[in-house]
Design a protein around this ligand. Structure first.
Ligand SMILES: *Cc1c(COP(=O)(O)O)cnc(C)c1O
Length: 442
């Protein structure tokens, strides 16, 4: 069965009777006029469709817990939407915990990850009662045990391990290989467990956690990871008479940024995960483990597009044509960071035939600020609205104020209605954290 992460565009995308692109029943040109550009447009129907795909895909393993990786896109409205679809959350900072807490979400459904969580962040997590801390290293173990003491709390933890698996994705988004900044090496687990059992008695070890990378297309990676994790869980249970019951396999499911991308369906990946997990449970003789998965990108990427207004353009003699838009690397750093590829259409002329390859340049002062290299588009004119697909994940969440440009707003669209879920920053927002020492004041 197909799942929504395999689509290039939000499920509600179509050309309307005005000849414009519409998403969630909203004309994109109207949205651009009403809210200004750049504008992130998030389609609620697509978010709900992919959430349903995940629920259906894992229903044959009822002990599955779906945890949305907040770092892909974390806002209060998005968090509430995902909670309503049955998701818990994987978080990596006090800011993400606070966002969920303020949105009214029960933070018991949260797992706190990260390779260098601070004293303040761990304290906040304990104070608010975050469900699981995935402990990354020995330093964190000793920090956490002290904080737990001061709060007089027992803390449920997982150990994040590096399973020594390499997947074929960009080096910067691989995390499971042995030489990684994340997690305990397999050879260090026993020492960590012994510390917990002998000295760190207020830490309650529930299971093991790993995450191998992002934008993964190889479904065989997950079975490899599961084999390692279940084997370790069974070994630790046996050796230390433990009752570890939780396996967290992280996220990483891929999406379709361009026609060349062929991410597997969530159903196919889930089948591989479930059958391998059942096989390993049998083979290593553990009880039914609780399976946590932490998809981020695949849950939110496809649901969102970014609208830009086309401004200047430049034809290099005998060379490329550059078409500049009013956003770029500050609202979508992925092309300049990872050479990530994107697809786009002109929202006010979706049916016009492509005439030319152009390169979409951002407005920021870096030559590397190119959003899309060599894309076929109809004749572009100043004022056209460019719709870039698949910008839900790691766009707004990685956005910056480079060049002192305000971060864009985001609207949620559904059934012809649009609601602002992130306000555009103002010029005053940009200077709101500036301080001028008295001796410099004019
Ligand atoms: C980033 C991350 C995820 C989510 O990865 P996606 O590729 O967005 O699905 C899940 N778990 C952990 C621990 C992560 O660091």
């Amino acid at each position: 069965m197909r799942s929504a992460n395999q689509l290039l565009k939000p499920v509600t995308t179509k050309v309307n009777n005005k000849g414009n692109l519409e998403i969630g029943g909203c004309d994109l040109i109207d949205l651009a006029q009403k809210y200004d550009t750049p504008l992130y447009v998030l389609d609620e129907a697509t978010v709900r469709a992919i959430c349903k795909d995940f629920r259906e895909a894992f229903k044959d393993y009822p002990q599955t817990k779906l945890m949305y990786a907040s770092k892909a896109l974390c806002t209060q409205a998005v968090s509430i939407l995902l909670e309503s679809e049955g998701f818990g959350f994987d978080v990596v900072s006090a800011g993400e915990i606070y966002t969920l807490y303020k949105a009214g979400i029960d933070v018991k459904k949260v797992t706190f990850n990260g390779n260098n969580k601070s004293f303040e962040e761990l304290s906040l997590a304990l104070e608010l009662g975050v469900g699981r801390i995935s402990v990354d290293n020995f330093f964190e173990l000793s920090l956490l045990v002290e904080i737990a003491k001061s709060y007089k709390k027992n803390v449920d933890i997982l150990l994040r391990i590096t399973p020594g698996i390499q997947c074929h994705t960009h080096e910067y988004i691989q995390t499971g290989q042995t030489d990684s900044k994340f997690g305990f090496d397999l050879t260090q687990i026993d020492e960590a467990v012994e510390l917990i059992l002998e000295s760190y008695k207020n830490l309650n070890l529930k299971g093991l956690h790993a995450h191998i990378g992002s934008q993964i297309f190889e479904t065989s990676i997950y079975p490899d990871e599961i084999e390692i994790l279940v084997k370790e869980i069974a070994r630790l249970n046996e050796k230390y008479s433990l009752n570890l019951t939780e396996i967290n396999i992280g996220g990483g499911f891929g999406v379709k940024y361009t026609e060349d991308d062929t991410p597997p369906s969530v159903y196919e990946t889930a089948q591989k995960i479930i059958s391998k997990l059942n096989e390993c449970i049998e083979k290593y003789g553990t009880e039914k483990l609780i399976l946590y998965i932490e998809p981020g990108r695949s849950v939110i990427s496809t649901a969102c597009v970014t609208l830009y207004t086309i401004g200047s353009s430049k034809q290099v003699p005998q060379g490329r044509k550059y078409v500049a838009v009013d956003g770029g690397m500050a609202d979508n750093p992925r092309p300049s960071m990872y050479r990530a590829a994107y697809s786009a259409e002109i929202a006010n002329k979706p049916d016009e035939k492509p005439v030319k390859e152009v390169t979409i340049a951002g407005r920021f002062c870096e030559s590397g600020d190119i959003l899309i290299k060599d894309i076929s588009l109809p004749e572009t004119e100043e004022g056209d609205i460019l719709c870039v697909y698949n910008t839900g994940a790691y766009n707004y969440s990685m956005a910056s104020n480079y060049n002192r440009v305000q971060k864009p707003s985001m609207v949620l669209v559904n059934n012809s209605q649009s609601d602002m879920i992130i306000k555009r920053e103002t010029l005053d927002d940009l200077i709101s954290h500036d301080e001028i020492p008295d001796r410099l004041k004019i």
